[in-house]
Design a protein around this ligand. Structure first.
Ligand code: ARG
Length: 358
């Protein structure tokens, strides 16, 4: 039998009181209150302080994340009182603004009530359009979401870097569409000091990755709309978003600009192009004063996280297949050791997109 809601709540509340070193009497009082609420209403409500702690620990428990050293520095916005689409949209714009912070990115999460859904994969994401010849303009990752937005009446520019509108749904009602004002979107034009021809391609990436399609699992409750962000590691953009063949697929273009010998794989032109694409991302973010970490520094920070967890006598978990960076993985310590991929709660979970009905 799966654990009851009370059992899950109890486990979370006990962890909260013990990690924060709060008095036993208070814990007992809180547990009886939670028990009574569940008996009377079928559910309970974590306090803002419990929610704040839970959101941070959910980050600490995110096995795939290399950036967890900073888990305690998450800014938590409790937006569980909002139930109107307009107010939710305003809170999301506020999140984008506060997290962007003029380029000095702040890790932030905004938690909405359980009936709220956000259709977007990330609050900021480029649209993708399938052309008649089957090619895609924009980000192929967004093709389905883009079609949904167009279907809901979105008027788009059809460029390779259109930011999708926000789609918000409350209690299974009709989805509502909101445009994100261009003034709050920080875009970083990409350039490369050694290859001026690259600057003219008009390639860019947005500054802040704000994941908005994962559910925050806390004490048996599931907050399905809880967008959160950190800052980018350069490989996410340079080695995946812009390089993957089923994404922007820019390695051949980079190879041409660098005049590499692309007739033989053994020239390692892909590897050379990949590294320079990553250099372009690092240089451009730095030039525009936007927070970004390179994969070597991120791995060192992760090492410190591992040591902190050990000092705190907590058993650290991780997913090796995600923790290793996609560029030169064996140059980091992560590559050379195993990780235990057990999932602990609180955590951030995948969930089915609301627009996908099976
Ligand atoms: N890999 C995703 C992307 O490229 C973002 C995932 C979250 N990344 C982060 N640094 N917090 O958009």
């Amino acid at each position: 039998m799966p654990p009851s809601l009370y059992e899950q709540a109890k486990q979370f509340i006990e962890q909260y009181y013990s990690e924060l070193g709060l008095p036993e009497e208070e814990k007992q009082l809180r547990l009886s209150e939670v028990q009574a609420d569940i008996d009377a209403t079928g559910t309970y409500e974590p306090t803002t302080s419990e929610l704040t702690y839970g959101a941070k620990v959910a980050w600490r428990n995110s096995n795939r994340c290399i950036g967890r050293l900073f888990w305690e520095k998450l800014h938590v916005n409790d937006a569980r009182h909002l139930d109107k689409e307009e107010d939710i949209a305003e809170a999301l714009l506020h999140h984008i603004n506060e997290a962007t912070n003029g380029g000095k990115i702040r890790s932030t999460i905004t938690v909405f009530s359980e009936g709220v859904r956000i259709w977007n994969h990330q609050l900021l994401r480029y649209a993708g359009y399938v052309n008649e010849d089957g090619s895609v303009t924009g980000d192929p990752h967004s093709v389905e979401m883009t079609a949904q937005c167009l279907n809901l009446g979105w008027q788009s520019q059809r460029t390779a870097f259109d930011i999708l509108p926000l789609v918000i749904q409350v209690n299974d009602g009709a989805p509502a569409l909101f445009l994100i004002p261009e003034s709050i979107i920080l875009r970083v034009p990409l350039q490369h000091s050694a290859y001026p021809a690259f600057d003219d391609l008009g390639i860019e990436w947005y500054a802040v990755p704000i994941i908005s399609d994962m559910a925050l699992d806390i004490g048996g409750l599931l907050y399905r709309a809880a967008p959160f962000n950190g800052w980018y590691m350069e490989t996410e953009i340079g080695a995946r978003n812009l390089a993957d063949e089923d994404r922007y697929n820019l390695l051949p273009m980079m190879g041409e600009i660098m005049q590499l010998n692309m007739t033989h794989e053994s020239s390692l032109w892909r590897d050379k192009a990949l590294v320079e694409l990553n250099v372009a991302v690092l240089e451009s973010f730095r030039k525009h004063g936007v927070t970004l970490v390179d994969h070597h520094t991120a791995a060192k920070q992760f090492k410190r996280f591992e040591m902190n967890e050990q000092k705190a006598c907590r058993h650290m978990t991780g997913d090796w297949t995600w923790l290793i960076p996609p560029v030169s993985p064996a140059t980091t310590h992560i590559f050379h050791q195993p990780y235990d991929n057990t999932m602990h709660s609180p955590n951030y979970l995948y969930q089915q997109a609301p627009y996908k009905v099976d």
